[in-house]
Design a protein around this ligand. Structure first.
Ligand SMILES: Nc1ncnc2c1ncn2[C@@H]1O[C@H](COP(=O)(O)OP(=O)(O)O)[C@@H](O)[C@H]1O
Ligand SMILES: [Mg+2]
Length: 365
């Protein structure tokens, strides 16, 4: 049986998630998983570059350093799995996004993690650069996971909304009525702002289980200031990233509300993530929301999400047979399969591209 590897590091810049999977019809079998957190120094350099504070030399070095780490992740994965290397058809590697600028004349999406290094070190065909073809066709280049969500999670009897809680949150709306189209877009921040604020105030990379946020209270004035950002009103297709939702964005708003305690800001940011996701979901009383991504581990975030959506149910994608933590990297393994089989990976109605496109660049073994 063919197996595929997916390598992913999202906007949270927490590290690389790797999966070895096989696909059978609409089911995924996960054979092995592996994660490598970014060393703190590398993470800092990536964060700086994502804030446009890196020279071309530094970007080039980051391309090599992350490419090497992605290759290491794949190697550990293969070793731990005990699977024959020859059964692995290809690696789909998303890379690490540094900047994503989907509009304007010079629109682009920049990922580092040189796929040539991955192909060279593993001896396995690697597919990379998934976003740029969709953008060349006029699309946002994001989100790219909806086609996979539709394939794996689509149901003829239940309307489903898949909510990925990464650094940025994105939703995929999959109506059970096959004649209605799938929609999907980035709703705004999920963990990105909470992580940034928590790191600056406490030195910790993220607020484990939302415990710090739990000590605070929502500042309603600050929250409504945050909610007035034009991004939340914009109609899809739309996508966003850390170049917009970052520490500066938080600080600018917090300055207007100086009395707010740091833990209140954290609590408010958590509420912002919940409200912006819920408000932009389709208003379907019969849908079930399935969450995935690192945010599902934030107990308070999940509790507030359930509260905001009630009586609509919120479950994890685990309930649909795919562990919430591994949905994103599995999507890139699937996208690599699409590319190798010369099938489209984007949903034009989601990204706004002119049509379906075969995504990615192939780096032969
Ligand atoms: N125990 C936890 N408590 C709270 N947040 C968590 C926990 N575990 C992970 N996270 C959050 O999940 C993020 C990583 O999620 P991930 O899905 O990898 O996002 P991305 O795709 O942006 O890399 C972390 O940065 C952190 O904010
Ligand atoms: Mg991550």
């Amino acid at each position: 049986m063919d197996t595929w590897i997916g390598l992913m590091s999202g906007t949270s810049m927490d590290g690389i998630d790797a999966v070895l999977v096989s696909f059978q019809d609409k089911t995924v079998r996960i054979h092995e998983t592996h994660s490598i957190p970014y060393p703190e120094n590398l993470r800092q350099r990536l964060v700086l570059a994502s804030q446009n504070q890196a020279t071309p030399d530094e970007v080039g070095e980051l391309d090599t350093l992350t490419g090497t780490l992605f290759a290491d992740a794949a190697e550990s994965l293969i070793r731990n799995s005990g699977i024959e290397r020859s059964s692995i058809r290809a690696i789909g590697s998303h890379g690490q996004t540094l900047r994503h600028q989907p509009s304007g004349l010079g629109r682009f999406s920049l990922q580092v993690g040189n796929p040539s290094i991955i192909a060279e070190k593993t001896g396995i065909t690697t597919v990379g650069d998934f976003r740029s073809r969709d953008m060349a066709a006029g699309g946002q280049g994001a989100p790219l996971v909806p086609a996979f969500h539709q394939h794996i999670f689509g149901s003829e009897t239940q309307d489903r909304c898949i909510l990925n809680l990464g650094g940025i949150a994105n939703i995929t709306w999959i109506p059970s009525d096959q004649d209605s189209s799938v929609t999907g877009f980035d709703t705004g921040p999920a963990n990105a702002l909470m992580d940034a604020w928590c790191h600056e105030q406490t030195g910790r990379a993220y607020d484990e289980d939302g415990l710090w946020a739990e000590e605070g209270m929502v500042d309603q004035a600050l929250l409504s200031d945050m909610l007035s950002d034009a991004y939340f009103e914009r109609l899809p297709p739309k996508s966003t990233g850390k170049e917009k939702f970052n520490l500066e964005w938080v600080k600018t708003l917090v300055l207007r509300h100086e009395a707010t305690r740091p833990e209140d800001v954290q609590r408010t940011l958590l509420q912002l993530s919940v409200i912006t996701a819920v408000r932009q979901m389709p208003q379907s009383p019969t849908m079930v929301v399935y969450a995935c991504g690192g945010g599902t581990r934030n107990r308070l975030l999940m509790k507030e999400l359930a509260l905001a959506l009630s009586p609509i149910r919120v479950l994890n994608t685990d309930e649909l047979g795919l562990d919430a933590q591994w949905v994103e990297p599995t999507a890139f393994a699937w996208l690599a399969q699409q590319t190798m089989e010369r099938k489209p990976g984007n949903l034009a109605e989601v990204t706004g591209a002119l049509g379906p496109r075969i995504l990615g660049a192939i780096y032969p073994a």
